[in-house]
Ligand binder design. Sequence first.
Ligand code: ADP
Ligand code: MG
Length: 766
Amino acid sequence: MPPCTISPKSFSRACPPRTRGVGLYAVLLPTPLAWLRGVAAIPHAVHSFFPQYFVSTRGLIFFVSVALPLDTPIEFLKGVGPTRAALLTQELHIRTVEDLVHHFPFRHIDRSQFYAIRDVDPDAALVQIKGKFIRLDSIGDKRATRMVGVFQDEQGDVMEVVWFRGITWIKKSIVTNEAYVLFGKPGIYRNKLQMTHPEIEKASEFAKPLKGGLEGVYATTEKLKARKIDSRALRKLIQTALPEVIGTYKDTLPAYVIKRQQLLSKAAAMQHIHFPADTSLLAAAERTLKFEELFYVQMRLLKVRANRNETVKGLVFEAIGEHFNTFYNQHLPFPLTNAQKRVIKEIRKDMGSGMQMNRLLQGDVGSGKTIVALICALIAIDNGYQATIMAPTEILAQQHYASLFELLAEMHINVALLTGSSKSAYRKKLHAGLENGQIHLLIGTHALLEDKVKFHNLGLVVIDEQHRFGVAQRSKLWKKNTRPPHILVMTATPIPRTLAMTVYGDLEVSIIDELPPGRKSIKTVHRFDSHRLQVFGFMKEEIKKGRQVYVVYPLIEESAKMDYKDLMDGYESIVRAFPQPEYQVAIVHGKMKPEDKDYEMQRFAEGKCQIMVATTVIEVGVNVPNASVMIIESAERFGLSQLHQLRGRVGRGADQSFCILMTGNKLSNEARSRMSTMVETNDGFRISEVDLKLRGPGDIMGTQQSGALNFSIADIVRDTELLDAAREEASYIYDNDPKLEHPSLQPVKLHLQQVMMRMPNWARIS
Ligand code: ADP
Ligand code: MG
């Protein structure tokens, strides 16, 4: 009897309440002999029609056709049971048969190939070799500690095979001079090729080669492996489950999309991702599943946006009033770049549209985002609303405050500053001013998120250097007004387009892709620590020309103590090399009191000292145009986007600026490519793309917490073209049939509902 895929014992538990489409056939046979024959013959005949059946031998024979429902608990799959089910759930989040078949292999290996031992590259990932053991020795006294075999291939070459565990089992089951197939990772031990703990199969059993030879490798965990659920066992389970459920897979993509994008049907993709008939079908299966995943991410984002536009009514800022006009015509300190004008227009249009604005403003460091924020704030104020600009650090908030205060000096606008170090008497007054609407523009740090801070009528929130704020903090801003204010998120870390589309896919995006005129591009070089004296010499030359210099040290929490020591040592050696009174050296770091930091920053900004030694507190936003040299110590310890941010502190004036990346002599390949990327380009978008490739998306901007990047198969770093295509198809649908009414879109509508149900609601994240 062919195996029943649900064990009979669990059958009754699994099926009655949940089976869909049961066909029940009773065959009553006349004589005992016919009955016996029938039992023998009928299952085979019936099996070809009904791959699932159950036979009762009590005189009646029932054939039951059951399409295994996808949500069948995994425990009922043959070969699983409650204990393994619990483990699978705990370790891999596999609860149902569907979860199991969606556990895709992370790569495939070619099992049609046998290697000759002499051709094996010891650095290769996994190889397969056919041959025999000519010796098997256990090493150690009574209780053998390891087992060493000498394995010879068909060419007569040998290698060592070693086991440290399961020795008794090896002794019992492996026989010398019989043909085996070994599969494992080669290595070198004492100059000899060696393999430890390979998978072993008798060559005779291996004789049935896999169709296509490609075998999926599945992620598993140590705990699972210990219970014998390794990649192979998972593959077997999937092999059992897949035929049962494959019939239930319907296409979730419209037929025209499948055709246009040259995809497989869903069922074929499911089949070939696990058990590909050949490499091209495997590629097509991957493409199909990735496309589907990316397509639904985009559909979901578009839907979130559409829902929000439907349910949330935006404040309408129609008037372009006195403040805007006065400032624009009389107080603009410089002509705006075309890019600045364009994004202001985009923002103005949003704020006047009746929808609530959620816009991301991207612009490289120094591209002039602050003035854009100010002009937008003026529009809000002209319409009788308050505005706030939130910065990630105290220093930056103060700097914004100082520069905006100056810009607005001749206008009748009340600007206030609120940070963590604002005194309570001042706060009281401030709270009152905000609540009665006397304060028009509030600049601050996280402090303004506190519940005590209430506004009279908040109309616009600008979040500067957005990635420093957590998702939860941002959503608090929504609640600062009965109707949610317009939100403008500004970031200087250019997010690669692909990532922006996914993480912020429900936001509109504006890009300032032009720097103010007259900026010279920053010259960047990489120097080793051994060249420090030359670097000091260079600093002296620049200082002689009247320039100022930043020297930045890394500071990370895990090694804070050492890092502070490095910083102080560095500071002392600089003070020695640049003695007073000719030179003045300032220092800023996180352990200092805010007022001391301030004092030092101020001295530097006013040009009273030539060198600023600092930790990364100055990373974001600080603006001292006369500073033209940025020296980054232990540059190898910084990520690319951070290096780019730091470099952005110089090159703000008309002078030629320099960035010197100091590193030790020993560098990893990755660090080397970070340095060379910095030396090669000033383009933030290019840098962020390299960054994404080097680090992967998980690290970037706390995107993990948004859950936006948990793909099961797609890879937004590599699959940019597919993402583009998916975005295009999704937008096409939304542009033409936003309610998804066309008959061809019904599968999409249905699947989208399921997708929306499963995802956390981050519609309100901006
Ligand atoms: P970021 O985009 O990094 O926040 P800022 O807004 O701090 O950049 O602007 C960087 C510098 O460029 C500031 O000194 C600012 O005054 C100046 N700036 C901004 N826009 C222009 C412009 N259109 N023309 C000349 N200088 C400008
Ligand atoms: Mg800025």
